[in-house]
Ligand binder design. Structure first.
Ligand SMILES: NC(=O)CC[C@H](N)C(=O)O
Length: 632
């Protein structure tokens, strides 16, 4: 990905089902859970580098003993920072008290972080600030064990404001306006309610307060609480939570927008945002790791009983295809295959653009996420070249010489590593920075492999704003003097804002949107812009479910090809000598490559929840009025 995008968060949850002694015995350490959590977070670092956090709960502690620990960080390397702190603390305690070394009970009693229920989170902020207070897990504390709530999530709601106002209507006074607190307090409200109700029942049954406590934990119906709390959430989410006494849950949104996977055996229950994380960290097979279904929650009671519960009626499944194209790690068996297929499917258009002249074409890619689709592209190139070879040999019939055959067979696709990423520079340039000359140096180039009359084909996973392409990559590639530069996007054109976790919240930043505007102007159709604005304004008072995405009308008059060509034009200025062509994947091919992840609203404008149409409506109004505010 050459555009800098902030996107997902990663969640990781572990519940140890056996007593800690068991892990000490079998794996040599009662810190088994902490160690596994470190690995799970490290293997999901791609999902969030703004901050990281960890929380754990010890089961069955005595009153007066600490049973919740948490640590959060926004340091440069936040995961290392928190586990550095955790390790220092553990090692210090063990140094001071060597007698704890083989005494698991003493370790549990005296050393923080060690526990049976663990929650980890890596964050890319999509809401609010980047301060340490915004880093998950969030804590809602109470003197009653069952009213303590710890939450972390990979989520973005389109209606946070409404949910926040609901809390106020309930008489609450949230301490901050953040989406995570809003969600947590919403669950917290129904948790409190459930606890009081159960206590009332128990009192009627003759139990005193102290006797009631463990029974509340037993009777608490987490599924019911989630059902009441999540009723009005509109967004994409995988929300993870722990309740003080030890119940734990993860709830996935009803359209399955955000991912969640789980694994269970008799030692552990594990949940994570990505499948291969669980596979490698627990050394289990692909099929052993299951996907949490849309609207479903996985609930682990303190007793260790695990249940899957349908919390919300599922909507049509629209799992985010960007997870497959770009966010998630490509080491997942399915994702790897899908990325390769994306490369294969876009290749016919590339061959057409180079007039099948593979001899004079260099193929390359933007590191690192486009590497796999590049491999797919090359497989198709090889197939094409082999067909040419067969034809050439057959055409020569019997008269063809051995030298000629060797010459024919020697043609291979010319693969080179042209662009090299300077990772340190990339992390230094944050957000929508306009420091152009820094951006220009994020990639280094390889000289000496492209001949002046070559075509240069370079694949990227997607093009959002196109800033890095324009400011850096195209200029740099042009220095190699190719005849033609073809930039291939393994994803379709990004035409609409996202509101479920990717920071593409305004329309005017999208290069496809700019292309449509330019085409409307050129074709004297700019009046459509005004008409769409009026239609959008007319919808502002409607309920979400009645809102229509009229922004589609801006793209309607043009073919995909016209938009692509206009994007090529917008991204290449006069200083570029080579002819520039940008080729995008078609939406149809994307679905062919990723049949289980049909979420495509950023490409098609078909939003999976009703809130999405409200967001795009607002985004357009904001654009038209020159308002820089977020659309939700
Ligand atoms: N990327 C995410 O899932 C972000 C979670 C949450 N919206 C936050 O900003 O902290």
């Amino acid at each position: 990905m050459s555009d800098f995008l902030k996107h997902e968060c990663g969640i990781a949850m572990i519940r140890l089902l056996k007593p800690l002694e068991y892990y000490k015995e079998k794996y040599g350490s009662a810190f088994y859970g902490v160690n596994k959590m470190y690995l799970m977070m490290e293997k999901q670092h791609n999902r969030g580098q703004d901050g990281a956090g960890f929380a754990s709960i010890k089961l069955d502690t005595k009153p007066g003993q600490r049973y919740i620990s948490r640590v959060r960080s926004i340091a440069q390397q936040p995961i290392q920072d928190i586990f550095g702190q955790i390790n220092d603390r553990i090692n210090n305690e063990l140094k001071l008290h060597p007698e704890y070394l083989d005494d698991v009970a003493a370790q549990k009693k005296n050393i923080p972080y060690i526990g049976e229920v663990l929650l980890g989170h890596v964050r890319y902020g999509t809401f609010g600030k980047n301060s340490v207070e915004s880093v998950h897990p969030f804590l809602r504390q109470n003197n009653w064990m069952h009213r303590n709530l710890i939450m972390a999530g990979n989520f973005n709601m389109t209606n946070v404001k409404e949910l926040f106002d609901n809390l106020i209507q309930l008489g609450q006074h949230p301490k901050d306006y953040t989406d995570t607190i809003t969600i947590m307090e919403k669950i917290g409200h129904f948790l409190d309610d459930a606890v009081s109700k159960i206590y009332k029942d128990l009192k009627k049954e003759g139990y005193n307060k102290q006797e009631a406590s463990p029974l509340i934990a037993k009777r608490l119906k987490v599924g019911k609480i989630l059902k009441r709390a999540a009723k009005n959430w509109d967004g994409g989410y995988a929300m993870a939570g722990l309740i003080g006494h030890g119940d734990a849950f993860v709830l996935r949104d009803p359209a399955g927008i955000r991912p969640a996977y789980y694994y269970k055996d008799d030692e552990v229950v594990v949940i994570a945002s990505e499948r291969p994380v669980i596979q490698t960290v627990f050394n289990v097979k692909f099929d052993d790791v299951k996907e949490l279904q849309p609207g479903q929650a996985i609930i682990t009671k303190k007793s260790g009983e695990v249940r899957l519960k349908q919390i919300l009626p599922p909507l049509e499944k629209k799992a985010c295809s960007f997870e497959r194209i770009y966010f998630s790690r490509g080491s997942d068996a399915e994702i790897y295959k899908e990325r390769k297929t994306l490369g294969k499917l876009v290749m016919p258009k590339v061959l057409e653009a180079i007039n099948n002249d593979t001899k004079n074409t260099v193929f390359s890619y933007i590191p690192n996420t486009a590497e796999t689709s590049f491999l797919g592209m090359i497989e198709t190139a090889e197939k094409h070249i082999n067909e040419k070879k067969t034809e050439a040999i057959l055409n020569g019939q019997r008269s063809i010489s051995a030298e000629k055959v060797t010459e024919i067979l020697s043609e291979r696709p010319r693969i080179e590593k042209i662009a090299n990423k300077d990772v340190k520079l990339r992390t230094f340039i944050t957000e929508d920075s306009s420091r152009d000359d820094l951006v220009a140096h994020v990639y280094d180039i390889t000289y000496g492999v492209v001949k002046p009359n070559d075509n240069l084909v370079i694949i990227d996973d997607s093009i959002v704003r196109g800033t890095t392409l324009k400011k850096s990559i195209l200029k740099m590639l042009d220095r190699l003097n190719p005849k033609k530069i073809i930039v291939v996007s393994s994803a379709p054109q990004i035409r609409y804002p996202d509101c479920y976790g990717i920071d593409m919240a305004n329309l005017e930043g999208l290069i496809a949107f700019q292309a449509a505007l330019a085409l409307l102007k050129e074709n004297n159709k700019y009046s459509i812009v005004e008409e769409v604005y009026k239609k959008c304004l007319d919808q502002t008072h409607l309920e979400d479910k009645e809102v229509v995405n009229f922004v589609k009308e801006l793209y309607d008059p043009f073919t995909d090809e016209q938009i692509s060509d206009k994007i090529s034009e917008l991204l290449s200025d006069e200083s570029i000598n080579a002819e520039v062509k940008i080729i995008f994947q078609s939406v149809e091919n994307l679905h062919k490559a990723c049949p289980e992840h049909l979420g495509d609203w950023y490409f098609t404008g078909n939003y999976p929840t009703v809130g999405g149409n409200r967001v795009v409506n607002r985004a357009f109004i904001n654009f038209y009025e020159g308002n820089k505010e977020r659309a939700y």
